[in-house]
Design a protein around this ligand. Structure first.
Ligand code: OGA
Ligand code: MN
Length: 249
């Protein structure tokens, strides 16, 4: 059986409908691999805004930790590369309707697919994502998750379930910029916004992956540094690791 986000999300219609991949499960991540590339290619922290409720003198180590583990690499792909990826996924996406669930779902206004094979040019881009985001010996999920969020859609706060996804999550943000909000699971006033500019790559690991929930803001909530950031249709291309062996079933 394929333990893939697509099927998990697809089968997730009934209450309590936070899909398994979106369950909040706390995990000891002190054993996380320190990504060697993270040191060489740190994210651009100017794309992160700590919210005012997180006072400058509160939890300074956590602040440093989150800035190290929520990495944003702007302009990771060129416009041409973005077009190439969108062109390859569009025929598949176009056949689906956006889902607006009545239930308490984690995502509103989305359609999605997954891909194991890409054309040569796109395969090279996905390989580049994998090289930059994951440690060389990581075992990755074989399928890349393609999540198409309608202009009116949004993703509610969630933590990707450890049963279906390992330590690192890397997403290419295509077609529209968006604001992602990370909120500490136990102390929700410790929160930050990340500007995911169109064509950036974001990489979440460690505390960013496990101790904070993440959400993609929609509608009037899509605000960056006090200014509305109108969100158009956005396509995220997300690579994930296999779940840790102890969390597999
Ligand atoms: C997810 C998710 C973020 C994004 O699918 O679990 O959080 O960038 N997606 O679309
Ligand atoms: Mn997620």
């Amino acid at each position: 059986m394929r333990l893939l986000t697509f099927s998990i999300l697809k089968n997730c219609k009934l209450k309590p409908s936070l899909c398994k991949i979106y369950q909040n499960i706390s995990v000891d991540f002190s054993q996380s691999k320190i990504e060697p590339l993270a040191e060489k290619l740190p994210g651009d922290t100017s794309y992160i805004e700590i919210l005012p409720s997180w006072k400058p003198d509160e939890a300074p180590e956590l602040r440093l930790d989150i800035l190290r583990h929520m990495r944003i690499l702007p302009n990771f792909v060129t416009e041409e590369e973005e077009c190439g990826i969108l062109a390859e996924v569009e025929p598949q996406l176009k056949r689906m309707r956006y889902e607006y669930d009545h239930w308490d779902n984690a995502i509103e206004g989305y359609r999605e697919t997954e891909r194991g094979k890409w054309n040569e040019q796109n395969e090279a881009i996905i390989s580049r994502v994998r090289e930059v985001a994951f440690a060389p010996n990581s075992e990755l999920l074989p399928y890349v998750h393609v999540l198409d969020l309608a202009a009116a859609g949004h993703i509610k706060p969630h933590v990707d379930a450890v049963r279906f996804c390992g330590d690192t999550i890397a997403g290419l943000c295509l077609a529209s910029s968006a604001v992602m909000r990370l909120t500490h699971e136990k102390k929700p006033h410790l929160a930050l916004d990340a500007l995911l500019e169109r064509r950036c790559l974001y990489i979440m690991s460690g505390v960013a992956r496990y101790s904070f929930s993440h959400a993609v803001l929609g509608g009037e909530h899509s605000v960056w540094r006090g200014e509305r950031l109108p969100r158009r249709r956005r396509v995220a291309v997300i690579c994930r690791e296999q779940p840790r062996p102890e969390n597999r079933q």
